[in-house]
Design a binder for this molecule. Structure first.
Ligand SMILES: NC(=O)c1ccc[n+]([C@@H]2O[C@H](COP(=O)([O-])OP(=O)(O)OC[C@H]3O[C@@H](n4cnc5c(N)ncnc54)[C@H](O)[C@@H]3O)[C@@H](O)[C@H]2O)c1
Length: 356
C-alpha cells in the first residue's frame, strides 16, 4: 500500500487543537482512499523554545526534510513575546530551509456562509480567488538593525525570486479563470518597480493568454472589500500578501476557515491554516478547525497528488456548511473537537455514495 510520511508540527495555542482534528481527518480519508499515512510529531515555536530552548531544532528540521509533507498548526503567543528568539523565527527558518517560496491561499465563500460575512451577502456571492504570496523573501527576511531609538528592516527582491513565484501564479491562473492581478507599491518602492517590470515581461512573453493587471496595494485593500468577486488569482510579495490575505479571510466570515499551501520546487510542502495561535481562545476547544482541514486537503492535492482524498475532505466541509454545523466564530454551537467528529461522520456517510 502506498505510504506517505507526514510530519506534524502542532505548535502553540490553538495549533495542537486544530492539528488533532486535521490528523484524524487525514487518517480517515487516507483509509477510505486506500493509502497509508505515518505521522511523526515535533515541537515548533514556543513549544520548542520551552522544551529545547530554540524555536526549531535541527532534529525537527531534519525530520521535516525527510518527509513527504508537513502539516503545521500555528506558532506564537504572549508567553514568548519577550523571548530572545521568538516562536515565529522557527516558522520563518522552516520556510527558508525548505525553500517553500510560494504560499497559495484560496478564498471562497460557500453560499451558506454569505450571511456570515461582515460584508453584504450580495457583495461576497461568487467570491472565488487564490492569493499567491511570495514567502521566502522581502522584508520578513531582510537585514535588521535595532538600536535604542532606531530600528530598520530591509526589503529586497531579485529577479529570480519574483519569476519563480510569478510562474506559479500565472500557471494557477491558467487552471482557473485566466486572470492574474499583481499587487505592488510601484509608485513608491524600488522592489515593487522591479516586481512590476518582471511580472509584465513574463505576461507578455510567456503568458499572453492570461489577462494581467497591476494594482497598488492600498487600492487592492479597498477593491477587496468593494468588489471581491472580481478577483481570480492575485500574486504579491511577502508582507502585502500576509496582510491582504488576513483581510480576504473575513470575506467568508472567519479567519478560522482558510488554509494554505507553501510550495517550492520539490517536496515537502508545508500546509497550515492561515490563522495564528489565537491565544484568546486557546485551551478552550473553541477554535474553528475548517482552515486546518482545508490545509489537509491542500496537503493531499498539492503535496501528495492525492486528488480524490482532497475532494472528499472538501465535500465533507461543504456538507457541514450546508447543514449549518459550525463553531462559535460562525455563530454555531460546535466546539473544535465535536466539529472534527462530525466531519469524520460526514466522510463515513459519503464513503457510500461518493464514487472513487
Ligand atoms: N502561521 C502562524 O503560525 C501565525 C500566523 C499569524 C499569527 N501568528 C501568531 O499568533 C499569535 C496571535 O496572533 P493574532 O492574534 O494576531 O492572530 P490570530 O490569527 O491568532 O487571531 C486573530 C483573531 O482570530 C481568531 N481566530 C484565529 N484562529 C481562529 C480559529 N481557528 N477559530 C476561531 N477564531 C480564530 C482569534 O481568536 C483572534 O480573535 C501571535 O503570536 C502571532 O505572531 C502565527
Amino acid at each position: 500500500m502506498k505510504t506517505y510520511q507526514i510530519v506534524l508540527l502542532p505548535g502553540d495555542g490553538v495549533g495542537p487543537e486544530v492539528t488533532a482534528v486535521a490528523r484524524a481527518a487525514m487518517a480517515s480519508v487516507a483509509a477510505i482512499c486506500g493509502f497509508r499515512l505515518t505521522f511523526s510529531e515535533h515541537a515548533i515555536g514556543g513549544a520548542s523554545i520551552d522544551q529545547y530552548g530554540a524555536p526549531l531544532t535541527p532534529q525537527a528540521l531534519a525530520a521535516c526534510q525527510a518527509s513527504d509533507a508537513i502539516f503545521l498548526g500555528a506558532v506564537g503567543g504572549p508567553k514568548w513575546d519577550q523571548a530572545v528568539s521568538r516562536p515565529e523565527a522557527g516558522l520563518l527558518a522552516l520556510r527558508k530551509a525548505l525553500q517553500v517560496y510560494a504560499n497559495l491561499r484560496p478564498v471562497s465563500v460557500h453560499p451558506a456562509l454569505a450571511g456570515k460575512s461582515p460584508l453584504r451577502a450580495e457583495l461576497v456571492a461568487g467570491v472565488d480567488m487564490l492569493i499567491v504570496r511570495e514567502l521566502t523573501g522581502g522584508i520578513y527576511f531582510g537585514a535588521r538593525q535595532k538600536g535604542q531609538d532606531y530600528a530598520s528592516d530591509e526589503c529586497a527582491y531579485n529577479r529570480a525570486e519574483i519569476e519563480r513565484v510569478a510562474h506559479i501564479a500565472f500557471q494557477q491562473a491558467r487552471l482557473r479563470r485566466g486572470k492574474l492581478t499583481s499587487i505592488d507599491k510601484a509608485n513608491v518602492l524600488e522592489t515593487s518597480r522591479l516586481w512590476r517590470s518582471v511580472v509584465s515581461e513574463m505576461g507578455a512573453k510567456t503568458y499572453p493568454d492570461i489577462a494581467l493587471d497591476h494594482i497598488y496595494v492600498d487600492a487592492a485593500a479597498m477593491h477587496l472589500l468593494r468588489d471581491p468577486a472580481s478577483f481570480d488569482v492575485i500574486v504579491t510579495e511577502n508582507m502585502f500578501g500576509d496582510i491582504l490575505s488576513d483581510e480576504a479571510s473575513m470575506l467568508p466570515g472567519s479567519i478560522g476557515l482558510l488554509g494554505s499551501a507553501s510550495l517550492g520546487d520539490k517536496r515537502p510542502g508545508v500546509f497550515e491554516p492561515i490563522h495564528g495561535s489565537a491565544p484568546d481562545i486557546a485551551g478552550q476547544d473553541k477554535a474553528n478547525p475548517f482552515g486546518a482541514i482545508e490545509s489537509a486537503a491542500q496537503l493531499f492535492e498539492s503535496g501528495l497528488g492525492e486528488i480524490e482524498a482532497a475532494r472528499r475532505l472538501r465535500a465533507a466541509i461543504n456538507a457541514m456548511h450546508e447543514a449549518g454545523e459550525w463553531t462559535a466564530d460562525l455563530g454555531g454551537s460546535l466546539n473544535c473537537s465535536k466539529a472534527g467528529t462530525r466531519l469524520l461522520q460526514h466522510l463515513e456517510r459519503m464513503r457510500v455514495y461518493l464514487k472513487r
